[in-house]
Design a protein around this ligand. Structure first.
Ligand SMILES: C[S@@+](CC[C@H](N)C(=O)[O-])C[C@H]1O[C@@H](n2cnc3c(N)ncnc32)[C@H](O)[C@@H]1O
Length: 364
């Protein structure tokens, strides 16, 4: 080695750490660094984790991964991803590893975080779907609200994934079931109309409580009605429950129901049409028949307020109701004995009930 090379070598060796130290000092001295670090830790990484988990749960890979480790090919097959895109799937899965949600050992992925393992449980499906709802539908209204207003854009029903919403609605399942238990007559045969039935679980609940109950379950969205019909068949209820796709406002229905239920969907109707919709529901009841309507109301936690915002930015439906406003609308629709019961103390989740007045006695 000549003297010049030796000198250069020494300079290089000395300069490497020196340059690194200078860079570190520069980065640490930048007053934006603490902000960036705080943002990354407190906001960005949790958001990445939530998005990754929502996507993994929605794609249906959390549950198989909870059972056993799966390699890339198994996961790709499950997701119907073929060819070169499998390598892109690997890149996505590896982000999950970097985020600490998944683990990869000997070419196989498994669940690592408590959140991933908890969301994978079948009894937490509604919570996993609620996370997906937040990511897919709540975030866009927060992110794009002002831009949508500037461009005159609104959300439409097509922006919602009916299947995800039908599952996520079940986060309030125990409250709705409680309301059904309080309202349903279990001593006589009951003919039930459920409007906007979603998965159909509340019809099943009513059918279990009253073995002589028969029902018509309707839902506006074809894929939701289709799933509900399949569920009824799988639950052995196809004989007792007819499922139909259609809009309450236009379906040709015979007015002979003892009970009409609407769960978690009054805000799918614009405020100015709610009285008319409720009148229609009442007209479908036999005299003396009852209505049970469960809904989240205004003034609840931030998740409900963002849901409310979404519906106010939609070209259908409208804001979540206020308790007194909906009570008034039910009375204007002709219901008597209108009651609003708060099912969960401290939460803005209410069960509204009303009666279709019995026909006046015939004059002699
Ligand atoms: C948030 S989901 C609730 C589903 C179910 N009731 C539950 O609580 O799990 C609202 C449902 O109401 C249905 N829906 C909305 N407007 C309707 C209408 N005009 N007629 C029938 N169904 C309607 C939607 O298609 C959607 O499936």
């Amino acid at each position: 080695m000549d003297i010049l090379s030796l000198a250069q070598n020494v300079v290089d060796r000395a300069e490497g750490p020196l340059t690194q130290a200078r860079t570190v000092a520069k980065v640490l001295g930048d007053r934006r660094t603490p902000l960036l670090l705080a943002l990354s830790k407190g906001l960005i990484t949790p958001l990445y984790r939530a998005a990754f988990l929502a996507s993994a749960a929605g794609a249906g890979i959390l549950r198989p991964l909870a059972t056993r480790p799966c390699d890339l090919d198994t996961l790709a097959e499950r997701l119907e991803i073929t060819g070169g895109d499998r390598q892109l799937l690997r890149a996505w899965l590896d982000i999950g590893v970097q985020l600490g949600e998944f683990d990869r050992r000997e070419g196989c992925y498994r669940l690592r975080s408590t959140a991933a393992r908890t969301l994978a449980r079948a009894d937490n499906d509604a919570v996993a779907a609620a996370l997906e709802e937040v990511m897919r539908f709540h975030l866009p209204v927060l992110l794009d609200g002002p831009r949508m207003l500037r461009e005159g854009r609104r959300f439409s029903l097509g922006d919602q994934d009916g299947a995800v919403i039908a599952r996520s609605s079940l986060v309030v399942r125990s409250f709705v079931e409680e309301a059904v238990e309080r309202t349903l007559d279990t001593t006589t045969p009951v003919h039930l109309l459920e409007i906007g039935c979603g998965s159909g679980v509340y019809v099943r609940h009513a059918a279990r409580l009253n073995p002589r109950l028969t029902a018509l379950a309707i839902d506006l969205q074809p894929e939701v009605a289709d799933r509900a019909a399949k569920n009824m068949a799988a639950w052995g209820l196809a004989e007792r429950v007819e499922t139909r796709q259609g809009d309450l406002r236009t379906l040709d229905l015979q007015p002979r129901f003892d009970l009409v239920t609407l769960h978690n969907n009054i805000y799918y109707f614009a405020p100015e049409e709610r009285v008319e919709v409720l009148e229609r529901a009442r007209a479908l009841l036999a005299p003396g028949g009852r209505l049970l309507l469960t809904t989240s109301c205004r003034g609840g936690h931030i998740g409900l307020e963002v849901l409310n915002l979404w519906f106010t930015y939609a070209d259908f439906g409208g804001p979540l109701p206020r308790e007194d406003e909906l009570t008034d609308q039910l009375e204007r629709a002709g219901f008597t004995d209108v009651r609003a019961d708060r099912i969960v103390p401290g939460e803005q989740f209410h069960a509204f009930t009303g009666t279709n007045p019995p026909a006046p006695a015939a004059q002699l």
